[in-house]
Design a protein around this ligand. Structure first.
Ligand code: ADP
Length: 540
């Protein structure tokens, strides 16, 4: 079958979609890439922060350890009695014991005052050797060296005159050194305004602390190293992000391509090309989706074919009686007045054909209603005594059986359960099956109506001793308009929903399924046909 594609459907597949906030939201591929890259970016950010902290800590630790070693060496040299530094420290201590705390830097006398007071005995002893030592160490190890007395007062400094310096006694590293413990401190040096790393070590004589050596180094030196390492990490991170984005674009394209193919297949199908299939490229959910999509289209196609077939069959069945009526009415119009016998005969035939038409249209309507209601019909509230119902149906059919010279056997136990079903539906079903049995069983045969409970379900059986149904017809007889012997069926006048048009069994099947049951037929060669209707028991 050829279909004209509808260009409007092919051109604007996004027309019915909500407007996205960002253009990239139109593409699943870019959504994947964006999400993927954002996640990687956040992970990288976290990693870089962590690495930064680790680098910073290790660098500080390293600088601190180095400074501590240097402080240790400096204080060892300072407390060596041969160097004579202790003497100066001791002198200073003695002087302080006698005169109390000298002026601190904030109130320190200026250079002129110092000169004018040089002879003054209130002036603390000079600390030339200590000053020399501070300068010497600073030059050797490249740090600032300050020597303090045990109260934290600066006695010598490698960079600034001690008069400019404030007491260091309260600084954490000095406090700890006075307790013979290690501790670093990072703070801004008020004189240089620079962030500095400080360590201090006690100078001892015979276990007594006579002074403190304080070393400090600018943090810029350490931070520059941290910055360099961190820059390398950030560059690597950005490279990783670029790589991930490129990979994301490639992977996204692979991932999305089956969906694009499916979209195109759907549009082609919507435009009428029902033969179109979505390619199944992967063994994952997308493959399963494509498979389900193709199955859906297949089912749709079959259902459309069935509908077309149904309409063709229905119009064919309607056309036959209509043609018969038309032929007879035309003849009657021509010669009816002259031939009363023919007129009567044709009128009777027209009446019979009109009846057939009515039955057929009723049956078609029933089928349409059953299709509409499948699965939606609520079970009736009242229960039906099946044994009573089956006996009534058998009584109804008894006369027809006798006329056809058939024996009706009943096998209906009295203890059948009460069923929540519509009595008239069960009656229609059984009358249809029994009518078929009457129609297809030769005179002298037997028809059996039986009921029993099997595995918690109620089974109703109609079995005859007729010619049965050939295996090749068995799977088709519940199809609409299917007849085994078309000529025979067309001729037979039937009770119930039967019209001789091959609709009776399809109606029966639809009714049984609507009750939540099922129907099947068995026809072993030479043993007639046996139709079984199985219904769920109450609450099953
Ligand atoms: P129809 O209304 O034309 O009888 P049905 O749907 O009732 O259509 O039956 C379909 C076909 O099944 C019939 O054409 C007939 O050949 C076959 N069939 C139905 N019941 C029996 C039976 N008891 N024995 C043999 N064939 C049967």
């Amino acid at each position: 079958m050829t279909h004209k594609p509808r260009p409007d459907l092919l051109e604007s597949p996004y027309a019915g979609l909500p407007t996205p906030r960002w253009p990239w939201q139109r593409s699943l591929q870019y959504r994947i890439v964006f999400t993927y890259s954002t996640v990687v970016f956040l992970i990288l950010l976290l990693l870089i922060t962590l690495i930064g902290i680790i680098i910073y800590d290790t660098q500080i630790e390293q600088a601190d350890r180095q400074l501590e070693i240097e402080a240790f060496l400096a204080r060892n040299a300072l407390q060596d009695p041969l160097n004579g530094y202790i003497t100066e420290l001791k002198e200073h201590e003695q002087w302080r014991d006698q005169h109390g705390e000298p002026h601190t830097s904030s109130s320190a006398p200026d250079a002129d005052d110092q000169k004018s007071n040089s002879a003054n005995e209130l002036q603390p002893p000079r600390t030339l050797r200590l000053q020399q030592a501070a300068t010497l160490y600073a030059a050797t190890i490249g740090t600032r060296v300050t020597i303090l007395d045990p109260s934290g007062r600066p006695l010598a400094d490698s960079r600034y005159p001690v008069t400019q310096l404030v007491n260091q006694g309260q600084q954490p590293e000095v406090q700890m050194a006075l307790r013979k413990l290690d501790r670093r401190d990072i703070r801004v040096d008020p004189l240089s305004g620079m962030l500095m790393l400080y360590v201090a070590a006690p100078i001892q004589q015979d276990d007594a602390i006579v002074g403190v050596v304080q070393l400090s180094r600018p943090m810029t030196y350490i931070l520059a190293k941290v910055q360099k390492l961190l820059t390398t990490v950030i560059v690597l991170g950005v490279l990783a992000l670029v790589l991930v984005t490129v990979l994301g674009v490639l992977l996204g394209r692979r991932l999305v391509s089956p969906l694009i193919a499916m979209k195109e297949a759907a549009l082609a199908i919507a435009s009428g090309d029902l033969e179109r299939q979505a390619p199944i490229e992967t063994a994952d959910e997308l493959g399963a989706l494509a498979y389900a999509f193709n199955r859906m289209v297949q089912v749709l196609r079959r259902s459309m074919e069935q509908q077309r077939e149904f309409i063709a069959n229905a119009s064919h069945e309607l056309r036959t009686p209509l043609t018969n009526i038309k032929l007879r009415s035309e003849t009657l119009l021509d010669v009816g007045e002259r031939d009363p016998a023919l007129t009567r005969r044709y009128l009777a035939e027209i009446d019979s054909e009109a009846d057939r038409l009515r039955r057929l249209s009723n049956t078609l309507l029933d089928l349409a209603l059953l299709d509409e209601k499948i699965g939606s019909k609520q079970p009736p509230t009242e229960r039906v005594d099946l044994a009573v119902l089956l006996r009534r149906v058998a009584d109804i059919m008894e006369l027809r059986m006798q006329q056809a010279n058939l024996t009706l056997l009943r096998s209906v136990p009295n203890d059948l359960p009460l069923l929540r079903v519509a009595a008239e539906d069960i009656e229609t079903i059984l009358i249809n099956l029994l009518s078929n049995a009457v129609n297809y069983t030769p005179a002298g045969g037997t028809v059996q109506l039986a009921a029993q409970v099997v595995n918690g379900r109620c089974q109703l059986r109609v079995q005859d001793t007729g010619p049965g149904i050939l295996p090749e017809d068995l799977s088709h007889i519940f199809e609409r308009f299917y007849r085994v012997d078309k000529a025979h069926s067309r001729r037979s006048a039937k009770a119930g929903n039967g019209t001789g048009a091959g609709l009776g069994l399809s109606i029966v099947q639809a009714q049984v399924e609507q009750m939540g049951g099922r129907i099947w037929v068995e026809s072993p060669p030479g043993q007639g046909a046996c139709f079984t209707v199985e219904l769920p028991l109450d609450g099953a």
